[in-house]
Design a protein around this ligand. Structure first.
Ligand code: MN
Ligand code: MN
Length: 460
């Protein structure tokens, strides 16, 4: 039952493909560090591949036919792409879905203050983080500031070589006796994850001169007033680029593999489909998974079925019944990262049901925690079908469970899509240090995920 290591089967050609995909992926996550940036990257990639904005097709009213390629962006934070297949949509789609939001610190709406000659900014963390991992390291500011007149100012500070970085301070070890006695989860408080933004007073300013100097810079360089921060989304993320990891360069260390590695693999797989597929293929890149798939851009919103309705309509096929049938008859891979087995924390895993880096794309029949709570438990029949598709396409794959039964767990978007009555299973790439500022994946697993998602879209 042990799954073989994928590296062992690779030819020189495989290794070259894998290296190139790794490079392309690193560029993708370097440019897409927020859901907005990632959505923009995805749209750019899709347009280069001939995908047309669905809104444009709706406005034109031109019928959609097999082989047509459309996408829709949801409030600039989520993207759906469709490659129209030969069979009528009511027979179902083959869907791969990932999320493009990642854990981070968000600036509060009234963030700035001055204390002891420092300018600081309050944050509210987003998603599940180990707070101690986010202090004493270089961070960058990414986001948008929207002014009252609707002008959008984009920020990206801390990524260029010559850019300054920002960060959250930590107490020196010399004075940490009390802090070190605290539990890991309590040593750093969320309210203390305040960002240091400056330390030079503005000359001639009496009241809060250091904060005034930071505001002066924001005004001069970006045209932003303090009040504009009320209508801003500024995300604080690890600064710097993703790098090859390991002396053998077999892995990639970077921010936001969860879940942009699956997002990238889906997009790459879609663009590699050369012939018109039997079923319509759909790539979903959704937002807000890390906080429960809430809001208008999270999976719980209805943009997916709305887009399907529009497509059916452009095919001259729309009816409520056909829409429901299309949803019910679909197959989906809910593509999200899985916990990679870590030999340093072996006691957190049940080894023979853990995902190992380098053993290929993972299939998690169920997720959830403590008695599968909150899980989508995929049907055995569906798993059987996927085994056949994967083996016929010579994909390296493995099965996985998040960790030991009583230790915790997690969820994905799978259970939400399953509500339509479609077959759904979790499938993804194994990650080490999940939700840490820098996570690790194996290039082999990325390579296998691309091939697996393509085989699924073409054959399921
Ligand atoms: Mn995830
Ligand atoms: Mn996550």
């Amino acid at each position: 039952m042990e799954r073989p290591n994928a590296w062992k089967k690779y030819t020189e050609k495989d290794l070259e493909c894998l290296r190139l995909i790794g490079e392309e992926y690193r560029r993708f996550i370097n440019l897409g560090k927020t859901e907005r940036e990632c959505a923009e990257e995805a749209v750019g990639l899709l347009e280069r591949e001939g995908y047309v904005d669905l809104e444009k097709r709706i406005a034109e009213g031109t019928p959609l036919q097999a082989g047509d390629k459309v996408y829709t962006a949801v409030m600039k934070k989520a993207v759906l792409a469709f490659l129209i297949g030969k069979t009528p949509m009511e027979q179902g789609l083959n869907i791969v879905g990932a999320h493009i939001d990642s854990p981070r610190l968000d600036l509060k709406q009234n963030p700035l203050y001055e204390d002891s000659d420092f300018a600081l900014a309050d944050t509210h963390y987003y998603g599940g983080i180990k707070k101690y991992q986010w202090v004493a390291r270089e961070l960058a500011l990414h986001g948008v500031v929207v002014k009252k007149d609707g002008t959008v100012v984009r920020l990206c500070i801390g990524e260029k070589e010559e850019d300054p970085v920002v960060g959250v301070s930590d107490l020196l070890i010399h004075l940490s006796q009390r802090q070190m006695e605290k539990k890991l989860g309590e040593a750093i408080e969320g309210e203390k994850l305040d960002l240091m933004l400056g330390g030079q007073p503005l000359s001639g300013e009496e009241k809060e001169p250091v904060k005034a100097r930071v505001l002066q810079i924001l005004k001069e360089e970006y045209g932003i007033e303090e009040e504009d921060l009320i209508s801003a989304e500024i995300e604080v993320v690890p600064a710097g680029k993703a790098r090859d990891f390991g002396l053998d360069r077999s892995m990639i260390m970077g921010y936001g593999h969860d879940d942009r590695v699956c997002a990238f693999a889906e997009l790459k797989a879609l663009t590699e489909i050369r012939e018109i597929p039997e079923k319509t293929c759909c790539v979903m890149l959704v937002d807000k998974e890390e906080i429960g798939s809430v809001g208008a851009t999270g999976m719980r919103a209805h943009y997916f079925e709305n887009a399907l309705a529009e497509i059916l309509n452009l095919q001259g096929e729309y009816s409520e019944l056909k829409l429901r049938r299309a949803l019910k008859n679909s197959c989906m891979l809910s593509c999200d990262v899985s916990a990679g087995y870590d030999p340093l924390y072996a006691d957190a895993f049940e080894k023979k049901n853990a995902a190992c880096l380098g053993r290929g794309v993972c299939f998690n029949k169920f997720t959830g925690s403590r008695g599968k709570s909150g899980s989508n438990d995929a049907n055995a029949e569906y798993m059987g079908k996927l085994r056949r598709i994967m083996d016929e396409a010579d994909i390296a794959w493995q099965t996985a469970e998040l960790g030991k039964v009583d230790l915790g767990g997690g969820g994905t978007i799978a259970y939400i899509c399953a509500l339509y009555g479609m077959e759904v299973i979790d499938s993804g790439v194994a990650v080490l240090n999940m939700h840490a500022p820098m996570e690790i994946i194996s290039k082999a697993d990325l390579y296998e995920a691309v091939k697996a998602y393509r085989a699924f879209m073409e054959k399921a």
